[in-house]
Design a protein around this ligand. Structure first.
Ligand code: CAA
Length: 291
């Protein structure tokens, strides 16, 4: 099956990166969001990130211009009905995602593949509420999308081989690597990464180290590009907590219990970089550790 037109739902952190890499790889992209401001901000950010790639000689100015020309935006979700492949990257709430798929369904072509960039919600359950569980799968990018090499492809119980192969071809065309994951809570990357981040928060909570010593230990002692608390701020503490809850509920094992300190930061609205405050305070020139 030939995929040419790609619909991306949600112009946030992940959606704009997905639109960026898809258009750069030559796909026609239609990006939608509920707010015009979010669409405008996404286009401006894609432009800035492409400019950064031009300035580092990763791509040419012609590539950049062609990429920008391939991205269109719309506030009307149902305009995405003409797409061959749809990647949903809306808010990480199951009711929101389900409502989006319900609204889209009557407008889709018979061959349209539906996917979700969810980091932890059951693909099988999302798929079961659509008219095409065999043409539904998880298409999970890592942040920052233009930089990270991996895409997790998650098959629901009903996903057919043709759908998997079509999505795998798209990942290959992006120049990225696909990891095939089974549909169990948080898949592969987050199943491993989030308990590590949660353990770093416990290490802070119990006073074993402070924010700076924990992050430095993992950067210098384990060669991680970012410390776990810095990374948690980058991902969003609300997202980290939501994924820990999915692991805890879905696997019913106390080893996944979210650290109370993580819950407290989320309750305070200290969600990391997106709110300028998390384990670090980003309101000044340089990030200041919060404890
Ligand atoms: N668009 C395009 N290029 C970008 C970019 C963006 N948004 N962000 C960074 N880059 C490029 C830079 O231009 C730079 O390119 P060169 O190598 O050509 O110079 C390169 O990426 C490195 O960037 P920087 O020099 O600015 O910064 P850095 O060296 O500190 O690297 C980082 C930044 C790539 C984010 C690095 O710190 C890193 O890998 N961090 C870990 C990220 C990670 O673990 N992500 C996964 C999170 S988990 C997830 O996403 C799953 C989930 O569901 C929660």
């Amino acid at each position: 099956m030939e995929i040419e037109k790609i619909g991306v739902i949600g112009a946030g952190q992940m959606g704009n990166g997905i639109a960026h890499v898809m258009a750069l790889a030559g796909y026609d992209v239609l990006l939608t969001d509920v707010s015009q401001d979010a669409l405008d901000a996404a286009i401006a950010l894609i432009d800035r990130n492409l400019t950064r790639q031009v300035s580092r000689d990763k791509i040419s100015q012609t590539d950049k211009d062609a990429t920008m020309a391939r991205i269109k935006t719309t506030l009307t979700l149902t305009d995405l009905g003409a797409s061959d492949l749809i990647i949903e990257a809306a808010t990480e709430r199951e009711t929101v995602k389900q409502a989006i798929f319900e609204d889209l369904q009557p407008h889709l072509q018979p061959h349209t593949i539906l996917t979700s960039n969810t980091s932890s919600i059951s693909i099988t359950r999302l798929a079961s509420r659509t008219d095409r569980p065999e043409k539904f799968m998880g298409f999970h990018f890592m942040n920052p999308v233009p930089v990270m090499q991996l895409v997790e492809l998650i098959r629901g119980i009903a996903t057919d081989e043709e759908t998997f192969k079509a999505c795998k071809t798209v990942v290959d065309n992006l120049g990225k690597t696909a990891a095939s994951a089974e549909d169990f809570p948080a898949f592969i990357v987050n199943r491993i990464l989030m308990p590590m981040i949660n353990e770093a928060v416990y290490t802070l909570y119990e006073g074993v180290g402070n924010v700076r010593s924990i992050d430095e230990s993992m950067k210098l002692g384990a060669n991680h590009p970012m410390g776990p608390l810095e990374l948690a701020d980058f991902i969003g503490l609300d997202t980290c907590l939501a994924i820990m809850n999915v692991l805890h509920d879905g696997l019913a094992d106390t080893k996944y219990r979210p650290c109370p300190l993580l819950t407290k930061y989320v309750e305070a609205g200290w969600l990391g970089r997106k709110t300028d405050r998390g384990f670090y305070d980003y309101r000044g020139e340089t990030p200041i550790p919060s404890r």
